[in-house]
Design a binder for this molecule. Sequence first.
Ligand code: ATP
Length: 917
Amino acid sequence: MDTDKWYTRTAQEAIDFWRTDQEDGLSSSEVKSRIAEFGYNELVEKQKPVWWKRFFAQFQDFMVLVLLAATLISAFLGEYADAATILSIVLINAILGFLQEHRAEKSMDALRTMVAPMSHVIRNGILQQIAAREMVPGDIMVLESGDKIAADARLIDVHNMEVDEATLTGESLSVRKVADKQIGETSSLGDRKNMVYAGTSIIKGRGKAVVCATGMATEVGRIADMIQDVKHESTPLELRLESLGRWLVWGCLIICVIVVVTGVLKGEPLFLMCMAGISLAVAAIPEGLPAIVTVALALGVQRMIKRNAIIRKLPAVETLGCTTVICSDKTGTLTQNVMTVQKVFVVGRNYELTGTGYEIKGNFLYNKQEFDPKRDKCLLQCLEIGALCNNSILKHNNIGISGLWRRATTSGWSIEGDPTEGALVIAAAKADIWRSEMEKNQRRLAEIPFESERCRMSVLYEKNNKNVIYVKGAPDVILDMCQHYMNNSIESPLSAAIKNEILEQNENMTDQALRVLAVAYRQITKMEASHVSEDLEKDLVFVGLIGMIDPPRQEVKPAIALCRQAGIKTIMITGDHRNTAVAIAKELQMFKEEKNQALTGNELDELNDGELAKIINSVTVYARVSPTHKLRIVKALKRQGHIVAMTGDGVNDAPAIKEADIGIAMGFTGTDVTKEAAAMVLADDNFATIVAAVEEGRGIYDNIRKFIRYLLSCNLGEVLTMFIATLAGLPLPLLPVQILWVNLVTDGLPAMALGVDPNNHDIMNRPPRQPRESVFSRGLSLKIITRGFQIGISTVLVFAGVYFLKNDLTLARTMAFCTLVFCQMFHVFDCRSETFSIFEIGMFKNKYLIFATVCSVFMQLLVVYHPFMREIFATIPLGLSDWLVVLCISGWTFIIGAIKHLFFRRRVPRSVLGRVH
Ligand code: ATP
């Protein structure tokens, strides 16, 4: 048999060939042996450069090459100690740079595994979710709309399935699939309608297929460079900093040339001045800035992962901090998505159900009295339709149930599938109704799947040689398709009065925050049954309404309050009924009758763009909307200047998610297609996670500002020290190796530690940042310049003072050297907040910074006191009074801050301290 051309064979032939079973799939032991035989279902990755190549890449930087040349010249001139020192400093810098890049790379790798695709297969008779890489030939894949297909497979069973194969064929129109046809041998890929291929996605419908090729044997495997992964996309800030870096390089070089020329004119030796110039250029140019920005972004992304937000596109991290509106789905994101049926209405009677969650523990109540559901045929039929028009599976201790377990055990129950349908299965089980039992004398022929736009789902059954369609969905939609209703056991015409009664009951239930589904049915002819389409969903018989509660997630209310405090608006966008949505929104305090509006999809359609723009800022609830409405809402909000974060789960949400500034997909319920379009994936589908990510996004940006402030003011200080001293006709205040040393102890560890600084308390107390604002805005440039001057002038003062008073150049240089280092050690703590002093935000909150500072101070002491280091760095040991001068001059702002804090204590507001991170 030609094992390549499964489209020319029947599904059964493929099943037989791969020795599998359509219902039970493969066994675990068979899967193991097939993984050993066929390997994992993955495409061979391009080789990454080995670590030593990446290490040597560090030496390709222009300034490093200049330094290496300087090392060679020093060695050539016999200055071996200088040469060795410069070389070691260059090496240590390279190691630090390598580690920074390595760390960033590791974080990106972690991201790749977090967004690794998953697939549904049947194994050992159980439907389960597995990592797509573990799929083997012979696996029975279960496919749903929105799934990205993980392997090439022959379809066994399809319901209305359409697949987007553009990635393989370039054809933008989706392809309708069939299972029961064989296709000619010479047909092209796009015509093989009984196959699905890895890398393509299901746009509509559902189905089952037997895997025939995995990994490099798939069609996509043949085009090896189609490997999709998370790439490092430069963020706008990184790009801006890169261009800033280029300007700084030129600025520094010009100043260095001035320093060198002036020094030489003043009579300093040419070689010493050249070395000083090069060292100064190396120290002053913030060459590590882009790397630290990447590390800060990557580490921030790691922190977000810990808080369940997985970033797929790095620029989103920056945009998150600017978010002004979060548009969130209701079900599962604002609410728990644990549905429990609480009310059932059949015309003339209202029932209540007790119990919560997925435990089959609860009773039916009629007029507050316990009621045996078997006594009401209409109620039973309502529950039966709910259970039959349903794809969720009831599980007990993770094992699928086929009606054997009854009320004997009630704990350990769970649902696989849609929670709305799960609630219906549980409600039916409470009345001892089981789908598997019913399916003993009726057989499912077809399904018209649920799609958000349709707001309904139907199944076709054959019972006693008769066909019937069962429908469930949004009451407003279903009622319009009904001509009759179940009146006890009789089908009666649906009069306007009865319809009004039903609608009134629907309103009542939705007002109580219940999600309501209507169930209906119709006997159909054999002829009709042979053409399954939406046309069958007409002339239905209304049976009842089922109302289920889906409580808000506990953590969402405080998260919404936090958003309000942070100037971020929260909007609910849901497919549910307006009343249900408003009731939940009120509970979450995001909807106030006098201030806010709720708009339905239909109302939205009636507004033109101008009218929508007028009211958009007061709308906080959009109900009964379809994914196309979502796109319009995002566009309208963006036109108002908002930075929009938008959630989505279904395949049709992808355009809105792409259009949003930050598209957010659901980790659990989201389809692969949505996840691929999204910038961020919520591992727990939780709204609070979005808020946490916004907070982290703000934190990352803050940290980038912190170390930019630190690095640039310190570098400016270093340049000014040399510049002012040279202009003032003083001898060289620092030797070249000393300058390089300052660069090493201050720019390395402390700057990196600032990159992981914990978020400031006030982070969610300020309005969102303007996306276009400069990184130096809000007074940062002034802070950098004043502090740079302060550092430069302090160092020169110490140098000149000691030089003239004690007439000792080595002592003056050692003290200037220490002043410059300690100025920066004190300054690094100031950089932790732009509004609060270090005493207000807590001295020891950043343990990495404490460690980095201790290391730097220790290294500086080593240079001053260790005889070997003294030799190299031309220093002399300092006495207590010398240190007093150094510390007072370098730390005076710090000392004033401490005094101010002691006497004029300013408290960080309670509201911002009380938050849990
Ligand atoms: P969101 O997640 O956007 O808040 P939602 O889950 O409330 O939305 P949809 O999933 O789009 O909204 O569902 C829209 C409507 O379709 C629901 O209000 C409900 O009436 C109906 N519905 C939901 N799930 C099903 C289903 N499985 N079968 C039939 N009808 C359904």
